[in-house]
Structures are given as C-alpha cells and as structure tokens.
Write a protein that binds this ligand. Structure first.
Ligand SMILES: Cc1cc2nc3c(=O)[nH]c(=O)nc-3n(C[C@H](O)[C@H](O)[C@H](O)COP(=O)(O)OP(=O)(O)OC[C@H]3O[C@@H](n4cnc5c(N)ncnc54)[C@H](O)[C@@H]3O)c2cc1C
Length: 417
C-alpha cells in the first residue's frame, strides 16, 4: 500500500519495543515509507511474558507487516475452541480462528516470540532500535516534542508514540491517570508434555475452556505440533500491595494450594491432575492491572499519542490485549500517512481516536462478561451461567456472534477519512 503525501511525516519516536511499538514502526516503514526510531527500556532479547492466543484480528496485522509466516511455525494454530463444564458436558464450540470465516486461524504463541520477530523484522528494515532507554520526561511544542531519557540524553521528534505498556510513563506525562488493580489475577503453568496428562484428556478437544462452580481453567496446546500444553486459570482475588504481589508470586507453595483448593475435586480428572501435579516452581502469577477508560489517547497538542496497553490495558479474559494493540498500530500508521496529516494532525487523530475508542468499549464489555462467567458462584447461579453459555451457542452457532471482533481489518480505517 502506498500513499501520496504532499508534506510527509518524518522522525517519529516510538517509546516501547513490546508488541504494538514495533508493529507500528514496521507498518509506517513498509506501507508508507515513514521512518521512526524505537526506544526500549529493556535490553535486547528480553523474554518477559507468557503464551498468548492471537485471534485473527491480531494475526491479520502480523501478516500485513510481514512476520506471520515466521511466527506461524513457532506456535500452535487452531480454529475451534471447546467450551465445557466441570461435569465434562460440552457447552459449545467457538471458531476462535478460521481460514474459511476469517482468513486466519488463531495462533497460540509466546508474547516474547512475537516481540522478537517484530523487532528482527524492524532491524532488517533499517529501523533504529535503541535498547536500555527509559523515557522520563517530554516537552511538547507546536512543531514537535523533546524527549528525555533516564541517562539524560534528549532527542527531538515530530511525533512521540507511547507504546510503553500498562504502566506507561508517556501516559503519566500527558495526563493524570491512575492504573488500578482489576480485581482479577491469573495463574499459569506452561510447557507440559501433552502425553503426560491424565488419559481423560483424550475425550476432549483442545483447546478446552472448562467452567465450574469454583472457577475456570483453560488447557491449550502451545507449540507447533500441539505436543506441549499450557493451563491457566483467571480468578477474582483481593487487592494487594506491590510488595505483597511480589511475595505471592514467589510463594509457589501458596500458588499451588490456591489451584488445588479450587480444582482438587469435582473436576474432570485431567483438570485435577494438571493443577495438582504441575511442578510448582514453574507456576507464574499475574495480577491484572487496568487503565481506566481515557477521554483521549493524545496530548492536548496531538503530538504525543498512546497505543496498546498504554491507552487501554484491561484483563486478558477475552484474549485481546495484544490483538487490539496491533490494530491500534496499523490503524495509526495508515492515519499518519494520510495526505494532510503533517499539517492538520489534530483532525485526523480525532477521527482515529473516536473509531478506536468505540471498538475498545466493545472489547472491554466482552472482557468483563468473560470475567463474570469465569468467576466462582454458588451451584444454582453456576448452573444458570452454564445454561446461558449453552443456549448462546445453540442460538448463535460456533461463530458466537463474534464476527465484529475477529473479522476486523485495520486497513478499513482508510474509509473513515
Ligand atoms: C497473563 C497474560 C495473558 C495474556 N493473554 C493474552 C492473549 O491471550 N491474547 C492477547 O491478545 N493478549 C494477551 N495478553 C495481553 C498482552 O500481552 C498485552 O496486551 C500486550 O503485550 C500489550 O502490548 P504493548 O506493546 O502495548 O505493551 P507491552 O507488550 O507491555 O510492551 C511495552 C514495552 O514498553 C517498554 N517500556 C515500558 N516503559 C518504558 C519507558 N519508560 N521507556 C521505554 N520503554 C518502556 C517495556 O519494556 C515493554 O517492552 C495477556 C497478558 C497477560 C499478562
């Protein structure tokens, strides 16, 4: 895709080389020949994060920026997700990805593998990536932004993009917002050999999302041939201080006890086995923090723009954080390339922001519903929830009325201008 700019945007600074940041840099360069520099806090090769499921709306962006083929070989591609209850009754099947319906399957892959491939491609495209750079201050002027890093270096840019995650410094510097605990946490165990699971797993289709009165567990293959699986559970949990969260995440005996208490009996054997026998040292805990809905994703002068978790982090209970961050990146790149953007950026950004915020309201609503469905409940309420899920799939079929989510194509932003 090309664009005909009279005055072209140049010299963009992207803060954060996670998922959304490098995707934006690639889209700007490959589709519109706009150069940017990525500044990343951590050293190269950081492997933070867990396995995530990238739905077709996110995978589509990876294909547009040219890294999908590399990534597909490093993760597990699947189409249908089984949803069942703790009595091993199926509640429904969902097309979580589908070549036929969405052109793409869903891809289960480690977040750091996605990050690594995006950064590798950015490097191959000649996009400068500066590691170990922590943004600490910025000054917006009418024609650009001056940014300062923790090592006191100052650089100028025409636009600064805050892709620096849920605890974004860029966001804090352009508005007063408090990131809050969502009330939910997740415990995950990764890389189990599938053939070591209890034999009852042979009766279910994986990935399987299992709902019961003491909570929710997902079992998902995670490598190319599906021989390795992850399990995770998200659950309501009381708020803790940062120190307490750190202590709890180190207390593997306690994490194991939390799982055993919830899933130790009255669950299918493969769920009981996986949560009981997984080596506790490998358990990882994630408290989920949220950014409250923001009125604007831009600074008052429009030269500082937020994307990804920096703009709208919420819990991963619809499996959409990285996917919508990728959508932000591609839609913003197309927006910044429009003729007239360099001279009238506020007008273009308002249209982009309105379009993206409306979509994020929908995604957040779905996330909250999923959080409610995954929470423990008394038996009667649980039965009602399961009946609703079953009836919903009976009525909507395996598309689950989610075409609006998975069918989204970031290129369509072009029709909004
Ligand atoms: C347990 C768990 C499960 C998840 N499951 C899914 C899933 O199934 N599907 C899905 O789509 N999403 C999922 N997510 C969400 C997903 O991981 C995030 O939404 C995604 O990583 C956000 O991308 P980002 O680029 O906005 O931010 P990040 O990936 O957080 O990247 C931000 C980058 O900015 C850097 N940075 C921070 N501060 C500064 C600074 N001051 N200066 C310079 N650089 C800075 C950081 O080092 C980091 O590299 C999950 C998240 C968790 C925790």
């Amino acid at each position: 895709m090309t664009s005909s700019n009279s005055v072209k945007v140049t010299n963009v600074a992207i803060i954060g080389g996670g998922v959304a940041g490098p995707a934006l840099a690639l889209c700007l360069k490959k589709h519109h020949n706009i150069m940017s520099t990525i500044y990343e806090l951590r050293p190269a090769g950081d492997e933070r994060g867990v396995n995530i499921a990238l739905a077709p709306n996110g995978v589509r962006v990876l294909q547009h920026v040219g890294v999908y083929d590399e990534l597909r070989a490093q993760g597990f591609s699947y189409e249908q997700l089984q949803i069942s209850n703790a009595h091993s009754q199926p509640l429904g099947r969902l097309w979580h990805g589908s070549r036929k319906h969405y052109n793409f399957q869903c891809l289960r892959i480690h977040r750091s593998t996605v990050q690594k491939e995006l950064l590798k491609e950015a490097k191959a495209q000649g996009i400068p990536i500066v590691y170990g750079k922590k943004l600490v201050a910025l000054t917006e002027k009418h024609d650009g932004v001056e940014i300062t890093f923790a090592d006191n270096e100052t650089v100028s840019a025409s636009f600064v993009i805050g892709a620096d995650g849920v605890h974004s410094n860029v966001r804090d510097l352009i508005m007063g917002t408090e990131t809050g605990y969502s009330g939910f946490m997740g415990i995950i165990g990764m890389r189990l050999a599938r053939d070591k699971l209890h034999k009852s797993v042979q009766d279910v289709i994986l990935p399987d999302f299992v709902f019961g009165k003491t909570g929710f567990v997902a079992i998902m293959p995670s490598n190319y041939d599906g021989t390795e699986v992850d399990f995770f559970s998200t659950m309501p949990y009381p708020s803790h201080s940062r120190k307490e969260w750190d202590e709890l995440s180190q207390d593997k005996t306690k994490l194991q006890a939390i799982l055993r208490e919830r899933f130790g009996k009255d669950w299918p054997e493969f769920v009981v086995g996986i949560t009981r026998d997984y080596k506790k040292e490998g358990l990882e805990l994630y408290p989920f923090f949220e950014v409250p809905p923001l009125d604007r994703w831009t600074s008052t002068g429009g030269r500082v723009i937020l994307i990804g978790d920096a703009a709208h982090a919420f819990t991963p209970q619809a499996g959409q954080g990285a996917a919508v961050g990728l959508e932000d990146a591609e839609t913003l790149a197309h927006t910044m390339s429009r003729e007239g953007f360099a001279t009238d950026h506020m007008r273009f950004l308002k249209i982009w922001e309105k379009h993206r915020q409306a979509r994020l309201v929908q995604v957040k609503r779905l996330t909250d519903i999923n959080g409610r469905l995954r929470s423990p409940d008394p038996p009667l309420v649980q039965s009602l929830k399961e009946w609703i899920m079953w009836a919903n799939f009976k009525w909507s079929g395996p598309m689950g009325k989610l075409e609006w989510l998975f069918g989204y194509n970031a290129e369509d932003i072009l029709s909004h201008y």
